[in-house]
Write a new protein. Structure first.
Length: 220
């Protein structure tokens, strides 16, 4: 069984660890987090440092790769790029909860986390380092680009496009054929019935764009 690491110690990390343990595909070697000291424990696993210490473990072949368990999309993207600059051959794993339903011809990118009760129907593309949270339903022929996330209970119609580094809030609905741009935030419970452009914050039923945002801005 391959030994992997978790980057990030948070509520999302606890959730990710639970999925990996249930999948029985990988052995967790330890956790890396910049806010916790080496030697501390997190969910029964040792804190081993942060990104600079990962390189030594990788070069010594004590680990084969890992996963970034950080909820903020932009931060997750920065950390992934930082790791690959330091360790170009680092392997980001994908973890899928056993209760998830994955349709035919679905592609899921490296580093993505698929949580309990998720449904991803046929011919969908889920990019790298995406977080698809509990009971999200992605209908056929839809695409979610790299570093984006769908909060619990999101539902999309078919042939929906969600851009890079975009957050879809809890319980939001996106109608068939609609597109949400890059670096967007869609508020919880919203209904997307028309395309939403890049760098937008939108919410409501139906959703309206209330302002623009910059990459890396807080979700709140």
């Amino acid at each position: 069984m391959e030994k992997i690491i978790i980057i990030g110690a948070s509520d999302q990390s606890r959730h990710t660890i639970d999925i990996i343990e249930k999948e029985l595909k990988y052995q967790i070697f330890g956790v890396f987090d910049k806010k916790l000291s080496s030697g501390q424990a997190f969910e029964g696993y040792d804190i081993l440092g942060y990104i600079p210490e990962i390189a030594a473990l990788f070069s010594e072949k004590k680990i084969s790769g890992g996963i970034i368990a950080i909820g903020d999309n932009f931060t997750r993207m920065k950390v992934a790029k930082e790791i690959l600059e330091l360790i170009p051959d680092f392997k980001f794993i994908t973890t899928i909860h056993p209760s998830a339903i994955i349709g035919k011809n679905v592609s899921i990118g490296a580093g993505s986390i698929i949580m309990e009760g998720v449904i991803i129907n046929n011919n969908c593309i889920i990019g790298a380092h995406c977080n698809i949270w509990t009971k999200t339903s992605i209908d056929h022929d839809s695409e979610i680009m790299n570093y984006s996330s769908c909060s619990p209970g999101v539902t999309t119609g078919g042939r929906v496009m969600i851009g890079e580094c975009t957050l879809i809030g809890i319980g939001a609905n996106i109608l068939h054929y609609k597109n949400v741009g890059n670096h967007c935030v869609i508020g919880g419970g919203s209904l997307i019935n028309k395309d939403i452009g890049d760098f937008s914050v939108a919410f409501g039923v139906p959703a309206k764009v209330i302002r623009t945002r910059n990459p890396g801005d807080s979700y709140l």
